[in-house]
Design a protein around this ligand. Structure first.
Ligand code: ZN
Ligand code: ZN
Length: 299
């Protein structure tokens, strides 16, 4: 039996900037905090990455739990453990609250790597408070072959090899809504000459199958086509490649994410205008937009 969708799913961008936080007037529209996105459905809160944006989310969650007098139960999915995706965790207030339950998911690739990296960034040399001071009930889970089920949410994941050290993309199905989070991956690498046409096709198809018909795809689009030429091997995609693949996969909305630290609001606005004319906006076409800190979408 198909379950009926009971409530809207809300997606809020708390951090959209790649690599390093970029506060300042030139970035105030799209935001300067590093990656963090919250997906909320009913009383379920899923958090994607723990960049500096997670600090403001934490303050918001604490205020909300105080007014509602309920305890927080949170699920944090890490794409990988590069600084820009974990450095907000030591500033995430709910993690210091003994009433919070926090489950952290990440790649299983390197054995006990995930727990030790998270603990490592809170070593005394880097931070005054150790991970042991986090009073929340924290479980660190390395994802396995099986899909994760959390109430009405089903989570699938895939490894992304085209990023230094690798990363993980996640697909969240909530009733009949599908959201994919796929940051920090250099899809342009698929089009490099080392692959035969058949290999290229199968690599593209693997990605298309994962994102097909998504209601929302949040994807790495750090570079313009021209910029990418001098950034080969840096682990990030060009806007044109992700837009073309998303369009082929009949994605409904594409949120370009992980903005380059050098890209000002003005620059992003200009690139958006050009990209929208090329890939989206008309009926039946992909709805492409730039992820903006503070933006909430309801699906
Ligand atoms: Zn990153
Ligand atoms: Zn990275």
């Amino acid at each position: 039996m198909i379950e009926k969708q009971e409530a809207k799913t809300l997606i809020t961008f708390w951090g959209t900037r790649g690599s390093i936080s970029t506060p300042g007037r030139a970035t105030e529209k799209y935001g300067g905090n590093t990656p963090c996105v919250a997906i909320r459905h009913g009383d379920m809160t899923l958090i994607l990455d723990a960049g500096t944006g997670i600090r403001n989310l934490g303050i918001d969650l604490i205020q909300e739990s105080e007014t509602r007098e309920n305890h927080l139960s949170l699920h944090l999915f890490l794409s990988h453990t590069h600084w820009d995706h974990i450095q907000g965790l030591p500033f995430f207030l709910p993690a210091y609250d003994s009433k919070t339950r926090l489950t952290i998911y990440g790649s299983p690739k390197k054995g006990r790597f995930l727990a030790s990296v998270l603990k490592g960034q809170m070593d005394y040399e880097y931070f005054p408070v150790s991970m042991g001071a986090l009073m929340a009930d924290i479980t660190i889970k390395e994802v396995s072959e099986e899909a994760i089920r959390l109430g009405p949410v089903r989570v699938d994941w895939q490894d992304q090899n085209y990023h230094p050290g690798g990363s993980v993309r996640y697909r969240f199905r909530i009733h009949d809504t599908m959201i994919v989070y796929a940051t920090d991956v250099e899809l342009d690498r698929i089009f490099q000459s080392e692959y035969s046409p058949r290999e290229k096709e199968s690599l593209i198809q693997e990605y298309v199958d994962f994102i097909e018909n998504a209601d929302l795809l949040i994807a790495d689009g750090q570079y313009t086509e021209e910029e990418y030429l001098s950034k080969v091997g840096w682990g990030h995609s060009s806007i044109s490649v992700i837009s073309e693949i998303a369009s082929r996969a009949r994605v409904k909305q594409l949120a370009i994410f992980h903005h380059d630290p050098q890209h000002s609001d003005k620059f992003l606005d200009d690139v958006w205008a050009k990209s929208r004319a090329r890939y989206g906006s008309d009926e039946g076409k992909l709805d492409i937009f730039w992820a903006r800190e503070g933006l909430t979408l309801a699906i």
